[in-house]
Design a protein around this ligand. Structure first.
Ligand code: THG
Length: 275
């Protein structure tokens, strides 16, 4: 499982305050703690408070890389913010450009631009593409799969390895009225997306979206993660500091026969992830 640590996000009060005060320590500690806990990548999202989003992205990337060599997942809806991060990043061990829709009303060619940016960033640069197009976020299974198919087709046309592609079916909060059906729709869409190409594209989700505003947040996150893994999810943006969530990942992988069973399979998983 490719775990992307969600905590360096200006949506969280401590990160927002650290950005405003240019307090490196808070950011560097979150980078180290998430790496220790098993993060494969660290998500980096400036949030909405900072006036200079591009400059803030660069400050976050530089601050993290002073203490930590875990690859980064640059998270912004604005390509200029991703581009700013890429200018200062060390992407030798990989980087994820998070994220782009297939196309937009204002920019039909947006995915092509992300493919170009990823290619410039190096052979290990990947892209998260949302199953979203100029008509917005689809609510049904078939439209999600159809958009995913177009994404895969475009990548193949451009010679972009499908293993550098992460498809995100967009998780919505289960608490939002009428959104409860979406969790099941996402699982059904993933059942088809996983067979769109060989080798299969990665699939990822912003897991904590599902429980936003709900009680029992961590329980909802953990259960949905286990369910999604059994439908082919191989990556997720998660709270890796939730130890029980990481234990769910290890257990699901063991039950799916991806990790060998031993009585110490939980410890073995974290140790293997750190190596
Ligand atoms: N897909 C992709 N990228 C994403 C998302 C996605 N990036 C952002 C987000 N969604 C994933 N990351 C988070 C991070 C935090 C929360 C949810 C998703 C979260 N935050 C608390 C809240 O809103 O209640 C903040 C709590 C606090 O202030 O302390 O839930 O879907 N590709």
């Amino acid at each position: 499982m490719i775990l992307i640590g969600e905590r360096i996000n200006g949506m969280f009060t401590d990160v927002k305050e650290a950005i405003a005060a240019k307090n490196k320590q808070t950011i560097q500690e979150l980078a180290k703690k998430q790496t220790e806990a098993g993060a494969t990548y660290l998500d980096v999202n400036v949030g909405t408070a900072a006036a200079d989003q591009e400059g803030t992205m660069q400050w976050l990337v530089e601050t993290i890389q002073e203490t930590c060599s875990t690859p980064l997942c640059l998270d912004s809806q604005k390509s200029s913010v991703i581009a700013a991060g890429l200018k200062v990043i060390n992407a030798e061990a990989g980087v994820i450009l998070n994220s782009t829709p297939l196309n937009k009303k204002t920019d039909e060619e947006i995915l092509d631009k992300y493919i170009e940016m990823a290619n410039q960033a190096g052979p290990k640069a990947s892209i998260i593409t949302l199953t979203m197009d100029k008509n917005g976020v689809p609510q049904d299974i078939d439209t999600r799969v159809a958009i995913a198919a177009e994404i895969v087709q475009k990548a193949m046309e451009k010679g972009f390895d499908t293993q550098r592609l992460f498809i995100d079916p967009i998780v919505l909060p289960v608490k939002v009225p009428n959104a409860q059906v979406q969790a099941g729709n996402i699982l059904a869409a993933m059942d088809q997306i996983r067979y769109l190409a060989d080798p299969t594209p990665h699939m990822t989700v912003g897991l904590s979206n599902v429980s936003q505003g709900a009680t029992e947040r961590s329980l909802i996150n953990r259960v949905f993660l286990a369910m999604a893994m059994s439908h082919g999810l191989d990556s997720a943006i998660v709270d890796v500091l939730d130890e029980k969530l990481v234990n769910v990942v290890a257990t699901a992988e063991m039950l799916m026969n991806k990790q060998i069973y031993s009585d110490s399979f939980l410890k073995a998983y974290v140790a293997a992830n750190k190596a």
